[in-house]
Design a binder for this molecule. Sequence first.
Ligand code: UDX
Length: 431
Amino acid sequence: MRLTIIGAGYVGLVTGTCFAELGNEVMCVDNDTRKIAQLKDGEMPIYEPALAELVEKNRQDGRLAFTSDIETGIKDSEVIFICVGTPSRDDGSADLSHVEKVSRVIAEHMDSYKLVVEKSTVPVETSDWIIKTINTFKKNGCEFDVASNPEFLREGSAVEDFMNPDRIVIGVGSKKAEELLKELYSPIETKIVVTDINGAEIIKHASNSFLATKISFINAVSNLCEKTGADINSVAEGIGLDSRINKHFLRAGAGFGGSCFPKDLKAFIHISEKLGYSFDLLKEVEKINSRQKDRIVNKIKDLLWNLPEKVVAVWGLAFKPDTDDIRSAPAIDIIRRLVKEGAKVKVFDPKAMEKAKKELAEDVTYCVDIYDAADSADCVILMTEWNEFKEIDWQRVLRVMRHPAVLDGRNIYDPEKLRQLGFKYSGMGRK
Ligand code: UDX
C-alpha cells in the first residue's frame, strides 16, 4: 500500500519505518525542514534501538521517503496516518491544534478516497472533530473515512513493540476502513481488536492510565514497606506472581516520566471531567507520582543534612533506560530542586547528555562516566537503571567519593553488599 505518515516524531518515524519494512511504500511528512533534511542525509533525530538501520535499509530500497511537502504526501496515498504531537496545555487538556491543522490540510488537498487514521494519542471524540473539519474544508465530493489506531510502543523497544505487539486496536466507522487496516496489518501475527472509534480512543488513554496506576500503587505500598522494614522488591514479587496481577509495572522507584504517561493521565482526567465524570482515582495516581520526587529529595537531606555546598552525583538522566529522552524525567526535576537548594550537581547518562545540556545548561557539571560523576561527591543518586550501571566497581566509587552515600532511586543495588563495603545506603521502600 502507499501510505503517508504526517509527523516524523517518535511514533511517526517508527510507524512509517516499520510499515516500509513490511513492504509498503511510505512517505513521512514533517513541517520541520531541518529534521527532514537530517533524515534525507541518513541522520537520525532520535536514538531508538534498531531504528537507524531500518530507516537506512528502507530508504535504500526505495520504500521510505521523507518530505516537508504535505500536499504531495496527501495526494500520493490512500491511507494517511496522523502522528503529530498532542502536548499538554496548562489546564492538562491535550492541545489538538496540530491535529486540526493537519485535518484541514488533508481536506484541502485530497483528490480521491482517503482513510485518515489517528495514531497520535488523542482524547475520546477527537475523531468527530476531524470528520467535521474535513467535511467543512474539503473542496470536492471525495469520500473519506476516519479511524483510530492507537500506538502502544515504548521508547527503547519501539521497533520490537511495533513488529510484535500484544494486540492491534482499530476503531472504525465503516467496513472499508476496517478492511484496509486489517490488510495493512496482515503481516503481523496478533489479535486485532476492532471497536468503534470512541472505544479505540478510550483504550489508548485507559491503557496508559492503568499502567501508571500500577506504578503509583506499588510506590504507595513502598511507603508502608519503608515504615515497617519490609522490602518492596520482594513484596512486589509476591504480588506480581499472581497471574491476575502480573509482575510488569510493579517496580517501585522514582516514579514514571516520559512523553506519554504524565501527559496522557492529565488528558484523560481532563476529558473525563469535561464529559461529567471526576476521575479521582487518577488524580491520586498523579499525586503519588509527584510525591516520589519529594521523597527522593527528603532522603538526600536525611543522608546529607544541609544541601548547600554538598556535591551530589546523579547517575542517569533519561526517564528510563535505552532512550535519550528526558521529557518529564524524574531526574531533571530532582536536579533542579537540588540546584535551587544550593547543592553542586554532577551528572552522567550514557545517551541523554546532549539533551540534558540543552535543558540544564551551566547549572550542573557534565561528567564522562559514573566514576567521574562520583569523584568528590557526598552522595550518588541512581535515577535511571541503565544496564551498564548495574555491575560496577564499587571499590573505585568508594575511593573517589568524599562521603560514601548511595540513594538507589530504582532499587537495583544490594543494600547489604553496599553497607558491607562501607556505603550508607538508602532505597525506595526497603531497609
Ligand atoms: C509508555 C507505554 O508503555 C506505551 O505503551 C505507550 O505507547 C507510551 O507510554 P514509555 O513512555 O516509552 O511507554 O515508557 P514505559 O516503559 O512504559 O515507562 C514509563 C515510565 O514508567 C518510565 O519513567 C519508567 O521508569 C516508569 N516505570 C515503569 C516505573 O517506574 N516502574 C515500572 O514498573 C515500570
